[in-house]
Write a protein that binds this ligand. Structure first.
Ligand SMILES: Cc1cc2nc3c(=O)[nH]c(=O)nc-3n(C[C@H](O)[C@H](O)[C@H](O)COP(=O)(O)O)c2cc1C
Length: 197
């Protein structure tokens, strides 16, 4: 599988970095290759939140470079795309088919070709504008996964908290991972009632 990873200008670069680090380590053995696109603000926020520019073992495309193979539906193998973090503006542009940059165009291709598109939205609170864009994106076939960490796996530090989001992104992309302890039911939960004959 060829996967496109878009990094747009929302807070949450650690999610993108963790996902890309995982894919750098495990992608080759899982048969997953990766192409990356940063928006201008996405790159700026990465540098600020990570403290260094990205150093990635993947092709990194300019957000204005529509010559990238995955900007056309006829390029084979590009089965999935994730935008992480996904700004509210980026989600709204995708929801309305505004292919003014490579992230938007690649997402548009995913939707029109009925391929997998995951938008890891990072914004709070959610306005009606955002909510409507979210509905539109979901109706068009995207998965909207707010960057909402979970706590039931008892994360011990920020890295493990980040993993609770990244693990669920990988799940949505059907990429096997054990980044977080999964919920297997609670030992103290009530047992199912026996069915009376
Ligand atoms: C430090 C910083 C943090 C931001 N965080 C968010 C955010 O969490 N969510 C969001 O929707 N926009 C956020 N923004 C605003 C977006 O970056 C802005 O709307 C930008 O136009 C998005 O462009 P892009 O979608 O092309 O990356 C942030 C901007 C900055 C500078």
């Amino acid at each position: 599988m060829k996967l496109v990873v878009g990094v747009s200008g929302a807070s949450g670069a650690p999610y993108a970095k963790r996902l890309l680090d995982f894919l750098a380590e495990h992608g080759p053995s899982l048969g997953v290759s990766v192409d990356v696109v940063f928006s201008d603000t996405g790159l700026q926020i990465w540098k600020d939140e990570i403290g260094a520019p990205p150093r990635l073992p993947f092709p990194v495309w300019k957000n204005r470079d529509f010559a990238a193979p995955f900007s056309s539906g006829s390029a084979l193998g590009y089965e999935a795309m994730v935008v992480v973090p996904c700004s509210a503006g980026c989600m709204a542009r995708i929801a309305h088919g505004i292919s003014a940059d490579l992230i938007g165009r690649a997402a548009d291709v995913m939707l029109k070709e009925r391929r997998r598109l995951v938008l890891c939205l990072r914004e709070t609170p959610i306005s009606l504008v955002h909510a409507r864009a979210m509905v539109q994106a979901i109706e068009a076939g995207a998965f909207v996964m707010p960057a909402s960490p979970s706590f039931y796996s008892h994360p011990r530090d920020v890295g493990e908290l980040v993993d609770t989001v990244v693990s669920r992104i990988l799940d949505r992309l059907e990429i096997p991972n054990e980044l977080m302890r999964r919920w297997k039911g609670h030992a103290r939960a009530s047992r199912p009632e026996p069915v009376e004959e």
